[in-house]
Design a protein around this ligand. Structure first.
Ligand code: TXA
Ligand code: MG
Length: 354
């Protein structure tokens, strides 16, 4: 729990016409060591001064997050990078040039000015330059370096709208900047540059194929390979059961007909046992489910929509109070890597293959 319950200021901000006085207030709060939630293009972040150990401690307390799970430091200017790292490998520079500002986080060796409170005791630091205008302005006004995990309570799905942040963190942080729904909806791709060949520690909007066209060979952290959940992922945050709704979630994977038939059978059984059932699906097969609390997160033809609506749907199931959720798999060509990574974690790796 945070020290005391505090009054959370909630402010709507138009990203294309930002109220400068409001942004100045938000920047001042960061500099004073308080916490401000803000929109980024991926998910909402919970920001504090990355170079102030007390701010980082407050972030862990507000989220109820284990303090060995390091935070990402957000910058708005490439010239600010050298101060917080001891080296920038050539490939990291190349990737930054191609993908920043954007949904990319790089792991680099940390400089002394970055406190261990921010890096969870590690000698490396995660750095990202977001593209969202509100995020960028807040970083500039807040001193240049903002530590920001996703702005959810630890273990809950990441927030893609300011209402989600309010649900989880009202009374625990100084301010919430509401810039509307985010664009991507899944957290940034994390790439580790502390080894010769870059390693993806968390898949995201920028997928492996895209990174390989820019960098040559890129590896996947073995802890992410879905068939073997026993190997520990290198990014500490990826080890926790995460992104999870309160209901028990199972993924049903296979051809369309077998999947819908299996989900309908499971739904009938669960309902007969007195349970309420949520079904997570896409437009293409929604009509095949006559029962259950059916949530359509988009069309399989538009991966961006599916990614953007996934976390909100998991929260909506919570709000509806369902006991179990059956989800289709979303192994889509571009973002399937990232979507299935989050869905599998939300399901605690429970998959039925049909
Ligand atoms: O899109 C995003 O990255 C969002 C927005 C707010 O920028 N932030 C975000 O932060 O997702 P968070 O704290 O929810 O996830 C950070 C992840 C965790 O899995 C953490 O373990 C990993 O990054 N991480 C941070 N520093 C690391 C380091 N030095 N080495 C390995 N993994 C690290
Ligand atoms: Mg998170």
């Amino acid at each position: 729990m945070p020290e005391d319950k505090i009054e959370t200021r909630y402010a709507v901000i138009d990203p294309s016409h930002m109220d400068e006085a409001l942004m100045a207030d938000a920047g001042r709060l960061i500099k004073e060591g308080s916490l401000v939630a803000f929109p980024t293009e991926t998910v909402y972040g919970l920001g504090g001064d990355a170079l102030n150990p007390a701010s980082s401690r407050r972030i862990y307390a507000a989220k109820g997050r284990p303090s060995d799970n390091p935070l990402i430091v957000h910058i708005a200017d490439m010239d600010h990078l050298p101060a917080i790292v001891t080296a920038i490998p050539e490939k990291a520079r190349l990737l930054a040039e191609a993908c920043w500002p954007g949904p990319l986080t790089m792991i680099l060796p940390k400089a002394d000015c970055v406190p261990y409170e921010t890096t969870g005791g590690l000698d490396t630091v995660a750095v990202r330059m977001p593209s969202h205008p509100v995020a960028r302005r807040l970083i500039e006004l807040g001193g240049g370096y903002i530590a920001a995990p996703s702005a959810n309570l630890s273990g809950r799905p990441s927030p893609t709208r300011a209402e989600h942040v309010r649900e989880d963190l009202d009374g625990r942080i100084a301010m919430i900047l509401d810039g509307g729904e985010v664009e991507i909806g899944l957290e940034s791709t994390i790439v580790d540059f502390t080894e010769e060949i870059p390693v993806i520690l968390r898949p995201g909007y920028l997928n492996r194929a895209r990174l390989e066209t820019l960098l040559g060979e890129v590896r996947m952290d073995p802890g992410l390979i879905r068939e073997d959940p026993r190997i520990r992922p290198k990014a500490p945050g990826m080890r926790y059961r995460h992104y999870a709704p309160r209901a028990d979630l199972t993924i049903i994977e296979g051809g369309r007909e077998a999947v819908t038939r299996t989900i309908n059978t499971l739904t009938a059984e669960a309902e007969a046992a007195g349970k309420s059932v949520g079904i997570l699906t896409a437009e293409e097969s929604a009509v095949y489910y006559p029962k259950g609390d059916v949530r359509v997160i988009g069309s399989r033809a538009s991966e961006a929509g599916i990614a953007r609506h996934l976390y909100a749907a998991l929260r909506d199931f919570d709000a509806d109070g369902v006991d179990v959720i059956y989800s289709e798999a979303f192994d889509l060509p571009e973002m399937g890597e990232a979507i299935m990574n989050r869905l599998l974690k939300a399901a605690g790796h429970k998959v039925i293959r049909v």
